[in-house]
Design a protein around this ligand. Structure first.
Ligand code: ADP
Ligand code: ZN
Length: 651
């Protein structure tokens, strides 16, 4: 399949998608599929999985069915394909019966090389008879981890995909794609989708352009507000654990003058649609949402994802955080942690009845796995090691121990002997009868005189006040460290009671020395000297606009923001040199104008990255414009001249 030395897949990449080169893994997967082999692609969000099945779909003889779990996901993909000049359609419950029949009839006439379909629909009579009457060249399974009970979004309807495939007159190529798969999930995908000798390709999970941070501010709202103030005009998502928190945070942000909007499952369809559009079209660049928001939103210019509360597992966290910086430009993912988050998540796990298809046995199994996942997520918030490394290891990869672009790597730590603190904390737990939560334990050794301490008579505990000189935030860090090392454990219920473990003895016997890393104390103004980094004066710092240092570890100024223009001193966040900023803004306005005419989100016209690239190349001719990453021939035909004219005006 060569045309003048260039392969057809390369031609298609350029013609339809406007890209010159395949990214890591894409070509291998495409070649595998084209050779008729099943394939499993495991690539992080934003790596470019879609192209791996979309390009073969255009080259194979027959229709490609893409099984996709979410309506919003399908709609977005189909919109993007149509904009690129590729006929595609989706078949799901959002269509009226008349629309559905029309789409099916056009599909029967071979109008669409690519059709997106919901998994529930596959075995539906009407659909099945359509599928049996045409040539299905490939079934591509998107979000393939949904097939596994070990995965975070188990969808039993995925289990019926092989049955559907079995009922086709001839077996198509089967390809599967996911962004998050631990080894277990990987095996499940291969077994349960019955992939035959698949080509398995996992590219690195690392998203180098993302900064990861964990902070524990006393006042989370103040921290978020300070962050937004420092990043005016930028687009980002703030994830909250509950609908109530969404309402609260969004309401306060609007009152404080930010262009924020909200999204959660409790809003009616119309409001959800409208708010989502406002976000996508940058009318409200800040989205406050529960985890119901985001699947299928591939807005490429999301510059930050803040978590106003810890999600239930690393899979969810990485997926949500991964919605930042899809354009490859620098972006930030910060998790604002509070101990209450663990309890909220535990309650979610205990009360989760979402998955109707599970029986009691399966439900108990899933709950157990969820608790284990929550623990790993909690340790992410406690660890002093490289955060990126922690995530990569979770997915079975080994990174370096230092990434230089996370809050831990940018903090100076020192190694300290905490044996005495550990002995006293454990002693307090033991003599208190292992009945109390972390706050009571810490308050006891610190010598606080709260109503609870008096009520529980912990002021008479032999360890009461024995660590009065150690700041509370340090005690908490040591307690968390002991928990990570399994010297003690915290019960997985709403009381979060601290208990001893089999290992506790080593410390209680006085035979074990304990050392840990903690953040070096920062030099502070006298007014706050002696105060903790961890809470006591966090809120005050944040109100002063110093949210960065109000966090868990007082992180240092960030280094090494990526910049496209080498040697340019003044480069703003989007990678455009300050001098080119007016042009960028004009191109952005033109993009908005076109988006309105076409009734599509602006990023579907061209991504931020493509506009940035235009500002650098400043193309004069069609040929030059086609060298810009993201400008394909089809799109050039539609809007190329208008962008050229705008650039010419600004010479
Ligand atoms: P995923 O499904 O893996 O999360 P997408 O398929 O949505 O990622 O791709 C993410 C972004 O990367 C999209 O904007 C896409 O157009 C872009 N992209 C994909 N492949 C390439 C490539 N070879 N060169 C440049 N950009 C690409
Ligand atoms: Zn790091």
């Amino acid at each position: 399949m060569k045309i003048g030395g260039k392969s057809m897949k390369q031609e298609y990449l350029k013609k339809y998608f406007g890209y010159d080169r395949f990214r890591e893994g894409q070509e291998t997967l495409i070649d595998g599929i084209l050779s008729g082999r099943d394939a499993l692609g495991i690539m992080p969000t934003g790596a470019g999985k879609s192209i791996c099945y979309q390009i073969p779909a255009l080259m194979l003889d027959g229709i490609t069915l893409v099984v996709s779990p979410l309506i919003s996901l399908m709609k977005d993909q189909v919109e993007a394909l149509n904009q690129a000049g590729i006929h595609a359609a989706f078949l799901n419950s959002s269509l009226t019966p008349a629309q559905y029949r029309k789409a099916l009839s056009l599909a029967g006439q071979g109008r669409y090389p690519i059709i997106y379909v919901a998994p529930e629909r596959l075995l539906n009579d009407e659909f099945l008879s359509f599928a049996r009457s045409v040539r299905i060249a490939m079934v591509a399974v998107d979000e393939a981890h949904c097939v596994s009970q070990w995965g975070q979004d188990f969808r039993p309807s995925y289990l019926r995909i092989p049955e559907f495939i079995g009922r086709l007159p001839s077996r198509p190529v089967v390809s599967a794609f996911t962004a998050t798969a631990t080894a277990q999930v990987r095996d499940d995908i291969i077994d349960l989708l019955k992939l035959r000798d698949p080509l398995v390709l996992a590219t690195g999970f690392d998203r180098k352009n993302l900064y990861f941070g964990v902070e524990t501010p006393k006042d989370r709202y103040a921290a978020v507000k300070a962050y937004l103030k420092k990043h005016p005009g930028e687009s980002g998502i703030i994830y909250c654990l509950t609908r109530k928190a969404v309402e609260d945070v969004c309401g306060r942000l609007i009152r404080d003058g930010f262009a924020a909007t909200r999204y959660h499952a409790g809003l009616d369809d119309e409001e959800r649609r409208k708010n989502q559009d406002d976000f996508i079209c940058d009318r409200s660049p800040v989205m406050v949402a529960t985890n119901a928001f985001g699947m299928g939103i591939d807005k490429s210019n999301v510059r930050f994802v803040l978590h106003y509360g810890m999600p239930k597992n690393i899979e969810s966290y990485y997926q949500e955080a991964g919605r930042a910086g899809r354009d490859g430009e620098a972006a930030e993912c910060i998790l604002y942690y509070s101990g209450q988050d663990v309890i909220t998540n535990q309650l979610f796990i205990e009360n989760n009845r979402d998955n109707q298809e599970l029986d009691d046995f399966l439900r108990a199994l899933v709950q157990e796995r969820d608790r284990e996942r929550l623990k790993k997520m909690t340790f992410y918030c406690f660890t002093n090691e490289c955060l990126r490394d922690y995530i990569l290891r979770y997915f079975g990869e080994y990174g370096g121990n230092y990434c230089g672009n996370c809050s831990n790597c940018l903090t100076q730590f020192e190694t300290v002997d905490v044996t005495e603190i550990a002995e006293k904390l454990l002693g307090c737990v033991r003599t208190g009868g292992q009945r109390y939560g972390t706050t009571v334990v810490i308050d006891t050794v610190h010598g606080a005189s709260t109503a609870k301490i008096r009520q529980y008579r912990m002021d008479q505990n032999p360890f009461y006040g024995s660590l009065g000189k150690v700041p509370v935030y340090r005690l908490r860090q040591v307690l968390q460290f002991l928990q990570m090392q399994e010297y003690l454990t915290v019960t997985a219920d709403e009381y979060a009671v601290v208990k001893l473990t089999a290992r506790s003895r080593e410390i209680l016997d006085g035979t074990q020395t304990v050392t840990m890393k903690w953040a070096k104390e920062q030099v502070r103004k006298p007014a706050v000297a002696g105060g903790g980094l961890y809470g006591e004066n966090g809120a005050a710092d944040i109100e002063n606009g110093a949210a960065d240092s109000g966090g868990k570890s007082g992180r240092k100024k960030r280094r090494g923001k990526s910049a496209i223009v080498p040697g340019s001193a003044a480069v703003s966040r989007n990678g455009v040199a300050d001098g080119a900023q007016p042009l960028f803004e004009k191109l952005r306005a033109l993009r908005m104008e076109i988006a309105k005419e076409e009734k599509v989100p602006p990023y579907i016209v061209f991504s931020d990255k493509t506009l940035t690239h235009m500002c650098i190349v400043k193309p004069k001719t069609k040929e030059e414009m086609l060298t810009v990453s993201g400008v394909g021939e089809y799109k050039f035909g539609k809007y190329g001249e208008r962008f050229l004219a705008k650039i010419r005006e600004n010479r």
